[in-house]
Design a protein around this ligand. Sequence first.
Ligand SMILES: Nc1ncnc2c1ncn2[C@@H]1O[C@H](COP(=O)(O)OP(=O)(O)OP(=O)(O)O)[C@@H](O)[C@H]1O
Ligand SMILES: [Mg+2]
Length: 266
Amino acid sequence: MGTIVKIMSHIHIKNLHKSYLDRSPNTSKKKDHRISVLENINLEFEDGEMVCILGPSGCGKSTLLKMIAGFEKPTSGKVLIDGQPIDGPRSDNIFVFQHSGLLPWMTVWENVALGVRHMTDTVKKETRIQDHINMVELTGFEYHYPHQLSGGMLRRAELARALAVNPNTLIMDEPFSGLDFLTHMKIREEVVNMHELIKKTTLVVTHDIDDALIMGDRIIVMSDRPAQVKLEQTLNCGRPRNLGEDKQLKELRDEIFFMLGVSYAV
Ligand SMILES: Nc1ncnc2c1ncn2[C@@H]1O[C@H](COP(=O)(O)OP(=O)(O)OP(=O)(O)O)[C@@H](O)[C@H]1O
Ligand SMILES: [Mg+2]
């Protein structure tokens, strides 16, 4: 009997600093003046964990995700995945979920198929594609093009495409932006259910504190730029979560609002 080997995805961020060249006009004379974006970040993400990252706009959240995905290099410090330093994009085991990630000239089926084009067994490949389309409830829309879908359906198709790749780590940068209230809630619920089912390491950057409280196994709040970790809180409450009734979540919600510069929670 074959042994099932579960590929781990443990991410370790060590003394990470990132700065960019300052291109503002008043610093043009000092040619190598740099803007510090991330300062001494030390974080670990456990295999299978869902971590939500909050922080003010422009503080460096997307930059942090880009370095984990290998799209950007640290100025100093390291990002290790299972002990190995990252030296470039690793599309085989990290998938970055981005809004507008579908190719407009391809159908839903073809877009989802893109992530599994390396599979040689046609039957297995087609099953994988169909299973993921079914999972996001787009059965019957396989041959629709992106412009023929609603906003929520588009987002579900993007999710199917991300998951069909079967990545060890899923990185989501503001996955619900631009969705209406109800679709946002529904798709958030789907992401939580999907995570319960497949238990992939999932990093979600969001501006919505309630998203983080509903979804995260852990919440990280970053400070203004240069971003440092301001708060790291594990949530030991089960799911589904009720923000109106859970005292711990309510108190944490107020604390995070205050931390992000809003004196009363809405
Ligand atoms: N390639 C780049 N070159 C120069 N500066 C950059 C680059 N990428 C990001 N920055 C700067 O780094 C800072 C952080 O940007 P980043 O996109 O990480 O912020 P963010 O926290 O994701 O913001 P938001 O919440 O608005 O998406 C910004 O000041 C931005 O101008
Ligand atoms: Mg961003």
